[in-house]
Design a binder for this molecule. Structure first.
Ligand code: BG6
Ligand code: MG
Length: 216
C-alpha cells in the first residue's frame, strides 16, 4: 500500500496548547464555582469544547444559553493566551518531520477539533505545509467519530487506507482507527491502540519508520 497523505492533530502533536486550555477552563471553573484540577483536565484532551464543558461540570445541569455563555467565556480567555504563540512553539521535531514528508511528496492535512486551529497554525507560521485544514468548523460529529479525518482525506483526495493520522489523544486515535486510517499514537496516555506508538512525539520519529509500519 502506498501512503499518500499524513494528517496531523494539532493540540499535543504540532504544538502544546494543553496548558492554555487548562488555564482557561480553570479560570472559568473558578468563576462558576466548580472544582477543576489538572487530573480533571486530562479527561478533556482532544475532545470538543462542548464535550469539555460537559465533563468539567461533572453532571451539574446547565441550560443551553448558559452553556453558550460559559464556552464563549472560556474561549475568550484561551484566545488571550494564543497571543503568546510564536514559530518557536512547534513541538520538537515537527518542522523537520513536515519537511521530510513534503520532500517525499506526501500530502499534508490537519485534523483538529479546535475552532482556533487556523489561528494557531498561522501563529506558528506553518500554514504553507498544509494542503487541507480540517478544524472545529468542518464537520458536525466531533472525535471520536471518524468524520473529521474522513473529511480531510476527502479534501486531499486520498482514501483512508492510504493515509496516516498522527494523534496524542484517545478520542483521536479511536476516530482514526474507526475511519480506517493508519494511526500513529504520540505520547503516553490512551494511544496504545494505534498501529505505532512514540512516547516522545515527533521528536525522533522518521518518515521511513512510519511508512514501514503503514506498508506492512
Ligand atoms: C482540541 C483540544 O484540539 O480542541 C481540546 O485538544 C479542545 O482540548 C478542542 O477542547 C476544541 O478546541 P477549541 O479551541 O475549539 O475550544
Ligand atoms: Mg491532540
Amino acid at each position: 500500500m502506498t501512503i499518500k497523505a499524513f494528517i496531523f492533530d494539532l493540540d499535543g502533536v504540532i504544538t502544546d496548547t494543553a496548558e492554555f486550555h487548562f488555564l482557561a477552563w480553570k479560570q472559568l471553573a473558578d468563576e462558576i464555582g466548580v472544582s477543576f484540577t489538572r487530573e480533571d483536565n486530562d479527561q478533556l484532551r482532544g475532545v470538543s469544547r462542548r464535550e469539555s464543558l460537559k465533563r468539567l461540570l461533572k453532571g451539574r445541569p446547565v441550560d443551553e444559553a448558559t452553556a453558550e455563555v460559559w464556552m464563549q467565556r472560556k474561549n475568550d480567555i484561551y484566545r488571550e493566551f494564543l497571543h503568546q504563540i510564536t514559530p518557536a512553539d512547534s513541538l520538537p521535531g515537527v518542522v523537520h518531520f513536515l519537511d521530510e514528508a513534503r520532500k517525499r511528496g506526501i500530502l499534508i492535512g490537519l485534523g483538529s477539533a479546535s475552532k482556533n486551529a487556523r489561528d494557531v497554525i498561522e501563529r506558528l507560521k506553518l500554514m504553507d505545509y498544509f494542503e487541507a485544514l480540517g478544524d472545529g468548523y468542518s464537520v458536525v460529529n466531533p472525535k471520536p467519530a471518524p468524520d473529521l479525518f474522513i473529511w480531510v482525506a476527502g479534501r486531499l483526495g486520498v482514501p483512508p487506507n492510504e493515509a496516516v493520522v498522527f494523534e496524542d489523544a484517545e478520542a483521536g486515535v479511536d476516530a482514526a482507527l474507526k475511519g480506517g486510517f493508519w494511526t500513529v499514537g504520540l505520547g503516553r496516555a490512551g494511544v496504545n491502540a494505534a498501529h505505532l506508538v512514540k512516547e516522545d512525539g515527533l521528536k525522533t520519529l522518521t518518515v521511513d519508520a512510519v511508512l514501514e509500519v503503514a506498508s506492512g
